[in-house]
Design a protein around this ligand. Structure first.
Ligand SMILES: Cc1cc2nc3c(=O)[nH]c(=O)nc-3n(C[C@H](O)[C@H](O)[C@H](O)COP(=O)(O)OP(=O)(O)OC[C@H]3O[C@@H](n4cnc5c(N)ncnc54)[C@H](O)[C@@H]3O)c2cc1C
Length: 122
């Protein structure tokens, strides 16, 4: 990491046309279509494994649903009201795996109030 006070120079980001040109000339092992959290993590894991990976998006990276996430590992409790018990059980299995094995340094218990309004859906 550069020390404070170091002068950094940044190359301007290539234009969309330049990126397309680069994509058409190079050879990749994997093309990931869609740069939301799933596409980005797929591309990251593949690159970590040594593959040459290209990632493209019709709009912008993390510009769709992933931009709206509240970043909670909530386990999908709200799906209980539709009776999707198997889905919730699966989500909680994943939630435990992330918080205990995959990224315990990123997952922290968070206490918060859940407002229940008179006449509301819950
Ligand atoms: C308000 C809100 C709150 C949420 N809160 C949580 C939460 O607390 N915890 C949680 O776990 N989940 C939460 N979620 C759900 C979570 O955000 C989504 O499950 C997740 O972001 C989906 O990621 P994705 O990569 O599948 O899709 P996206 O983020 O939608 O990415 C798909 C990408 O593919 C691109 N694309 C689509 N078609 C093409 C194409 N033909 N060619 C090229 N690119 C294409 C799109 O432009 C987009 O960028 C929340 C969702 C919302 C809306």
């Amino acid at each position: 990491m550069p020390a404070l006070g170091t002068h950094l120079t940044y190359a301007p980001a290539p234009s969309r046309a330049e990126t397309r040109e680069q994509l058409s000339k190079a050879t990749y092992d994997l093309l990931v279509i869609g740069g939301g959290i799933l596409g980005i993590s797929t591309a990251w894991h593949a690159a970590q494994s040594g593959l040459r990976v290209a990632l493209v998006d019709a709009g912008d990276f993390a510009g769709a649903t992933s931009s709206a996430s509240s970043k909670l590992l909530h386990g999908g409790l709200r799906y209980l009201q539709t009776g999707a018990v198997k889905l919730v059980a699966e989500n909680h299995f994943e939630r435990r795996a992330v918080s205990r094995q995959v990224a315990p340094h990123l997952a922290n218990p968070l206490t918060f109030y859940l407002p229940v309004y008179k006449g509301g859906p819950h």
